[in-house]
Design a protein around this ligand. Structure first.
Ligand SMILES: *Cc1c(COP(=O)(O)O)cnc(C)c1O
Length: 304
């Protein structure tokens, strides 16, 4: 870090005098890519050996990054995994276990308790010395960690766009904007309107009163982890055009939403848009393993 800021040269944008640059957080580290490391790094700043317990889905980018970080910093790691009907021996969780993370698979109902104070007290009693990190690294230190990326952008920009899961990253980014700058979040999940309240709470926690943001809730293409042929075609074209690989869950949907917005004339002469590539490329393997994308498609993207 800082991760590179890469300008994209796109003719129809140049013609309209609109600049687009990509903040390449996917390049931070091959195994600790993107916003997950920014959200986690605060937990690793002292050289403690305190165990860490956290939560995630069976293909979780967060757990994958956490397993690497814990291995690197020699901290015991334990994961509570939502794994109803999902093979817990998938590539993501195999990596996690190979790095020493222990995995506890729970059903959907138990998993839903992940923020319930009573459940968390019981969990703390089972792991008395552990630091419990919320799903996806949600929370103030996560927001602050991602907020630092704004300080790395030594340029004047008008818009910044990033994908949204828990909105931790998006909230951190908003908190650091100037009032004339706009943040656009693209929700990767369906029915994400509820996140607006979380964003407001988060901003209050960071003592920010910014309202120069917009959450786009209609670009999820059917819901979290759902893919469409037009998304796959877009990701392939984008890779061929710019040699930048997007992931199918977050950054692919964000970039497709951005290109649609540009085409719809939502940006104007003089705008400079920053798109945050939050990483997540390990996520492709889950799609390959479940047969949701073809091997020859992945080969074209250089994923193996
Ligand atoms: C987790 C993740 C996000 C979502 O980040 P939040 O802070 O939870 O909103 C976005 N992009 C990628 C690649 C991710 O892995």
């Amino acid at each position: 870090m800082p991760s590179p800021l890469q300008p994209l040269s796109i003719k129809h944008l140049t013609d309209q005098n609109i600049q687009l640059s990509i903040k390449r957080d996917d390049l931070i580290h091959p195994n600790l890519s993107g916003n997950k490391w920014r959200k986690l790094k605060d937990y690793f700043k002292s050289d403690s050996d305190q165990p860490i317990v956290s939560f995630g889905g069976a293909y979780s980018n967060h757990l994958h990054a956490l397993a690497y970080a814990c291995h690197y910093f020699k901290r015991p790691a334990h994961a509570i995994v939502r794994a109803d009907g999902i093979d817990p021996n998938n590539e993501t969780l195999k990596d996690c276990q190979a790095l020493g993370m222990t995995i506890e698979c729970v059903d959907r109902q138990t998993y839903r308790q992940k923020n319930n104070p009573t459940y968390l007290n019981e969990l703390q009693a089972k792991h008395p010395n552990a630091c419990i990190i919320a799903e996806g690294g949600f929370g103030a230190s996560g927001m602050k960690g991602v907020a630092e990326l704004i300080g790395e952008l030594n340029c004047d920009f008008s818009h910044i766009i990033c994908p949204v899961g828990s909105a931790t990253s998006f909230t951190g980014i908003i908190s650091q904007l100037k009032s004339r700058q706009q943040a656009i979040g693209v929700a990767a999940l369906a029915n994400a309107e509820y996140l607006a309240a979380d964003i407001q709470l988060g901003l209050a926690q960071l003592n920010s009163s910014h309202d120069n943001w917009r959450l786009c809730c209609d670009q999820h293409l059917g819901g979290f982890g759902k893919i469409t042929q037009s998304l796959l075609d877009f990701i392939e074209d984008f890779y061929q055009g710019y040699q930048i690989l997007l992931d199918p869950i977050y950054t692919g949907k964000m970039m497709l939403a951005l290109f649609n917005a540009i085409r719809a004339g939502q940006f104007k002469d003089g705008d400079h848009i920053i798109a945050v590539h939050t990483g997540g490329l390990q996520g492709w393997r889950g799609f390959a393993q479940r047969g949701l994308v073809r091997q020859d498609y992945l080969a074209k993207l250089g994923v193996n």
